[in-house]
Design a protein around this ligand. Structure first.
Ligand code: GLP
Length: 243
């Protein structure tokens, strides 16, 4: 894994946006795997600035997001579809028909997972997958488990994940307990992976991801086996990593 040390959140965001924009310039019809959460917000802001400055053209880019809460519609402000529109898609020249996210309103679990898998297959392996890191080591919503799930599936969220994400909801009861997520197998087939990590709160889990045992109990540890991973982490997040 290549490690790029960033000074702080802003520096991490700029460095990540430069890599993404570089790929978009090199391959205008690339497939980007996108993530939600607080971590990539700054990166998306930088990409919007680059688009506004005429430095990035997203007209041919296709995107596939990692995950979506079960039970939320794309119009719900707390859904990941709404987040992506609001944080990125509404502000750049991407064709929304080329942006894909699981449908949280489809209660037919098997049907929705199969539908999203078909979309991912038709897009082909992502040229670049952006990942954040959950406090428990999850990527997408692949929670700690006894195996690495291959394809899109429906997960029950861990208590710690519900706790971490309740800040986006008015009460804990409102946090959906299930989500659709891309599988680890699909994430691992991406040509390149960019893992973004910021803040002291992630220092412990990041050190386990970078140099701990590869185990489904820490899902992101599998990234040690991917041939082309770049980790961009800020000083606070790297506090407990021996490098
Ligand atoms: C969320 C998302 C992940 C995200 C992670 C970290 O639950 N499903 O894709 O990477 O948790 O979130 P944050 O960036 O807000 O710390």
């Amino acid at each position: 894994m290549e490690l790029i040390k960033a000074k702080n959140y802003e520096d991490m965001s700029r460095k990540a946006a430069e890599i993404i924009a570089g790929l978009v310039r090199e391959k205008p019809d690339c497939v980007l795997g996108l993530a939600t959460g607080s971590t990539p917000v700054g990166t998306y802001k930088e990409l919007i600035k680059m688009y506004e400055a005429g430095e990035a053209d997203f007209s041919k880019v296709k995107t596939a997001n990692l995950d979506e809460y079960v039970g939320l519609s794309g119009e719900d402000k707390r859904s990941y579809r709404y987040f992506m529109n609001d944080m990125l898609f509404d502000h750049i020249n991407i064709d929304k028909k080329n942006t894909f996210i699981p449908d949280g309103l489809n209660r037919d679990e098997k049907g929705e997972c199969e539908r999203y898998e078909k979309i991912l297959k038709s897009l082909g392996d992502a040229d670049l997958q952006i990942l954040g890191l959950g406090l428990n080591g999850h990527i997408g919503f692949n929670e700690p488990s006894d195996h690495f799930p291959k394809a899109t599936h429906c997960v029950r969220l861990e208590r710690s994940t519900i706790d971490a994400n309740k800040r986006f909801f008015s009460s804990e009861d409102e946090v959906p307990k299930e989500a659709y997520t891309m599988g680890i197998g699909t994430i691992m087939r991406s040509r390149k992976i960019l893992l973004l990590v910021s803040g002291e709160g992630k220092a412990d889990i990041l050190s386990r991801v970078l140099s701990g045992k590869v185990t489904p109990a820490v899902p992101a540890s599998i990234l040690q086996f991917h041939p082309n991973v770049t980790v961009i982490a800020d000083e606070a997040a790297l506090k407990l990593s021996e490098l």
